[in-house]
Ligand binder design. Structure first.
Ligand code: KG4
Ligand code: ZN
Length: 365
């Protein structure tokens, strides 16, 4: 990590590149000296269509698609902002965690741009991109509680500052978005499954099936979804072939059980946070599953009943995008931070490296 002298106390413009999963994305943001953010461009090319026939993301297809798309996506973002490489202060890219082939594409591209144009380079943690988005959209102050629910991650953390996280809970098995996607695949719905399950659930009877709520009431604020997924599979197999009513009721039952788990675990995390005298007044929800309206309504109740404000950035900024990476880069640059061109791509990169291993922790018999 190196210090960049000209960065502090100035308005900064940063290009951000995101290629860790199945979105090829580039965004530009500016950050005023007072810390106010503005999105100048936000271009996202979703590869959903390429992966849909497989019912999930195929890493090799994703990496190749990123190579094919990245230059065009960056050019579109610059055109949208009316800027050239010479107008930016730095280029930021997701350096992990994620599918390593894709991460390498974006990170290498960022290094090449930084080298060719003599600009600072920031190797951004993808999760920090999600974690700091609420400061871009809502100007939020630290600390705040963050529920991060995406296709690859389910965690609840205290965001104490840039690069400063305390994890209170994590999933012991599947991520919440992954559970939505697997449920959808199991009952024959399309990919990505989350939006499909939510749509079908709206017309279903959540009470028809008695589905488990793993981890409910557990002392630690951890999550688990694989038992729910297995229970759902047994119900679906027993009913096959599924009628439309069955599909709607299975979706409603799954979504209700998942939301019950998330609400309970979030309440537990709030208790743990207060027991540690952490004075966060806001619960932020980020990651792709934050787009789920039923989950948002429930978390509104959870936050309200505990005296917290609820902040959910717009759905477009909750799913993977380049603007959030640019913003995390700008926040780091404003602190005088940047990275060398030898910064590694990382398949795993926890936000709180000191958090104890959670596997099996708190699982109730
Ligand atoms: O944050 P994201 O775009 O990518 C990752 O970093 O994983 O999240 C994608 C995930 C997918 O699993 C998708 O099914 C889920 O977010 N998702 C939803 C909804 N919209 C997207 N899950 C539930 N309800 C939704 N409305
Ligand atoms: Zn993500």
């Amino acid at each position: 990590m190196t210090l960049v002298g000209r960065a502090t106390g100035q308005s900064l413009t940063v290009l951000g590149i995101e290629t860790s999963c199945d979105e090829t994305a580039a965004g530009l943001v500016s950050r005023s000296p007072a810390g106010e953010g503005r999105i100048l461009a936000d271009v996202v090319h979703s590869q959903s269509a390429e992966h849909a026939p497989f019912g999930g993301i195929v890493p090799e297809i994703a990496a190749r698609a990123h190579v094919a798309l990245i230059d065009r996506v960056i050019a579109s973002a610059l055109a949208e902002a009316g800027l050239g490489f010479d107008d930016i202060d730095a280029v930021a890219a997701t350096a992990g965690p994620g599918l390593i082939g894709g991460v390498l594409v974006g990170l290498t591209t960022a290094k090449a741009i930084a080298f060719a144009h003599g600009r600072a380079m920031l190797a951004v943690n993808h999760l920090e991109g999600h974690a700091l988005t609420a400061r871009l959209t809502h100007g939020l102050e630290f600390p705040y509680l963050l529920l991060l629910v995406s296709g690859g991650h389910t965690q609840i953390l205290v965001v104490r500052g840039v690069g400063d996280y305390q994890r209170l809970g994590t999933t012991l098995d599947d991520a919440l978005g992954e559970a939505f996607d697997k449920t959808a695949k199991l009952i024959g719905l399309g990919y990505p499954g989350g939006p499909e399950v939510e749509r079908w659930a709206a017309g279903g009877d959540a009470g028809r099936f008695d589905l488990p709520r793993p981890m409910l009431g557990a002392a630690e604020a951890h999550f688990s979804f694989s038992g729910l997924k297995t229970a759902l599979r047994h119900r679906a197999e027993a009913l096959a072939p599924l009628s439309e009513r069955d599909v709607a009721d299975l979706c409603a039952g799954f979504q209700q059980a998942a939301i019950d788990v998330v609400a309970d675990r979030t309440e537990r995390a709030i208790e743990l946070m207060r027991a540690r005298a952490i004075a966060a007044g806001t619960l932020v929800v980020a990651g792709g599953v934050a787009a789920n309206r039923a989950l948002a309504r429930r978390l509104e109740e959870v936050a309200g009943s505990r005296g917290l404000d609820l902040v959910i950035p717009p759905a477009r900024l909750c799913t993977d995008n380049g603007a959030m990476i640019a913003w995390a880069g700008a926040e780091r640059l404003a602190l005088g931070l940047s990275d060398g061109l030898d910064a590694p791509a990382r398949a795993r990169w926890p936000l709180d490296p000191d958090a104890p291993v959670a596997a099996g922790a708190g699982v109730k018999a």
